[in-house]
Write a protein that binds this ligand. Structure first.
Ligand SMILES: Cc1cc2nc3c(=O)[nH]c(=O)nc-3n(C[C@H](O)[C@H](O)[C@H](O)COP(=O)(O)OP(=O)(O)OC[C@H]3O[C@@H](n4cnc5c(N)ncnc54)[C@H](O)[C@@H]3O)c2cc1C
Length: 409
């Protein structure tokens, strides 16, 4: 068995930023384990720009963002073992890693889990109809085009207005495919405002809210889809609104979910709303010494935020291995009015903390308030809150044991 200081799972923007921060703090025994044959995570296939505005103060592409981080890792001599998939985490932070070398067992002083998330597939949303070829998740279609230089199809319909779907609408159009429309079940788009403008409006691709695909047609290859309008509250299709759209490609952009199977097996408590680990303000999970950050913890809209969160987790992991992390109490942080989820889910009461959250609906001129009983611990005014954008608000330290509520008012 190999003994290591801090092991980071995943070499995406979160894992790489965590490693750089640890090195800056003087932690010398750092090991990054990455399943793919190269680091960079999802950024490798995001060839559009719009990354790095916060971290680098300029808009760069995903691969440029990844290569800046990877260069830094190389310069600092941090070990990044690619082609190495963590398949299990047992008691006392013992990792089982599968690679071409076989199975390796590594004991870590602390773990930072930054293994990203996965896309919801057709199975998860249960669209009836045939099972033909030509139905892709947006990320898979993106990988075909941007990593393997393959066109998924020529006439596409996109279901879901998440950012990846919007970006794929533009990408397919630029490569000569026809994108008939984007259909969204909700009464609001799920992607960032800038992506609606730059990926749909600029290419005259219509977006239909309160609509969904109700049937897939075609035996070998998809030939078309039936789309129906839905009730804005129940989301049930309205009879008589069905319309047929011929297509050879259906792109699904219906959400991302953190993939936490390995953490669950390690005994980490998973939050039922985010699908990620339940963490305290130090990004430490319910298992001491296991930290989580980035899309594995909760889905981020920007890579910069995933990187920044992982840096904070790294600072705490560095304190943990030195026995200096003050974990203290266990005060619950709950999502209240207008808030769909919050991170962290509990705090120690030992100091100020930062809350990340998502709004349930689009609202103008709202205040995000962090309250413990009668005491307001923090608040921030926002001219606009939208579910697709992550919000962060700073809070003073809590005290006692009463729950903390985060609401949009
Ligand atoms: C299509 C698309 C467009 C986007 N556009 C933008 C944009 O314009 N601007 C922006 O700022 N952000 C954008 N984002 C968001 C940004 O890419 C993500 O927030 C960010 O990549 C999350 O970083 P991460 O490190 O948490 O996860 P990831 O980038 O997913 O990295 C996780 C890494 O963990 C590895 N891994 C997984 N499981 C294991 C395992 N068991 N063992 C070892 N390694 C493992 C994976 O192979 C991967 O390399 C976009 C995302 C997508 C998908």
């Amino acid at each position: 068995m190999e003994n290591r200081g801090i092991v980071i799972i995943g070499a995406g923007p979160a894992g790489l930023a965590a490693a750089i921060r640890l090195d800056e703090l003087g932690v010398r025994d750092i090991l990054i384990l990455e399943r793919e044959n190269s680091g960079g995570g999802i950024l490798r296939q995001c060839i559009h720009d719009g990354f790095g505005l916060e971290r680098y103060g300029e808009s760069i592409s995903g691969p440029e963002y990844a290569s800046r981080l990877l260069e830094e890792i190389g310069k600092r001599g941090i070990e990044c073992r690619t082609g190495s998939s963590v398949i299990d985490i047992g008691r006392d932070r013992v990792l089982t890693v599968a690679s071409a070398r076989g199975t390796e067992i590594i004991k870590a002083g602390a773990i930072i889990a930054a293994a990203g998330c996965r896309e919801r597939s057709r199975g998860a949303i249960m669209i009836p109809g045939e099972r033909p070829a030509g139905v892709y998740t947006a990320g898979t279609a993106q990988a075909y085009m941007n990593l393997y230089n393959r066109m998924p199809g020529r006439k596409a319909v996109i279901l879901g207005s998440g950012d990846i779907g919007l970006i794929m609408a533009r990408r397919l159009t630029l490569e000569g495919a026809e994108v008939s429309a984007v259909f969204e079940l909700q009464d609001h788009p799920n992607g960032l405002e800038r992506n609606i403008v730059q990926c749909l409006d600029d290419y005259s691709i219509p977006l239909y809210l309160n609509h969904t695909v109700t049937e897939i047609h075609g035996k070998e290859r998809i030939e078309g889809v039936t789309v129906s309008e839905v009730d804005s509250i129940t989301h049930k299709p309205k009879a008589g609104t069905e319309k047929y759209y011929p297509c050879d490609t259906l792109i699904l952009s219906v959400g991302l979910i953190p993939d936490n199977t390995i953490l669950e097996r390690a005994g980490v408590i998973i939050d039922p709303v985010t699908g990620g680990a339940s963490v305290d303000e130090h990004y430490m999970t319910s298992v001491p010494g296991i930290f989580s950050a980035g899309n594995m913890l909760h889905v981020h809209d920007l890579a910069d935020y995933a990187s920044a969160e992982a840096e904070a987790a790294a600072e705490n992991a560095a304190l943990y291995i030195e026995g200096k992390l003050d974990t203290g109490g266990n005060i619950r942080v709950a999502a209240a009015n207008g808030v769909s989820h919050v991170v962290p889910m509990r705090v120690s009461g030992n100091g100020p903390f930062t809350v990340s959250l998502r709004a349930c609906r689009r609202e103008r001129n709202r205040k995000v308030e962090i309250r413990q009983g009668e005491k307001v611990l923090g608040w921030h005014f926002f001219p606009l809150v939208i579910p697709s954008q992550m919000i962060t608000v700073h809070s003073d330290a809590a005290s006692g044991s009463e729950d903390i509520e985060v609401s949009i008012i």
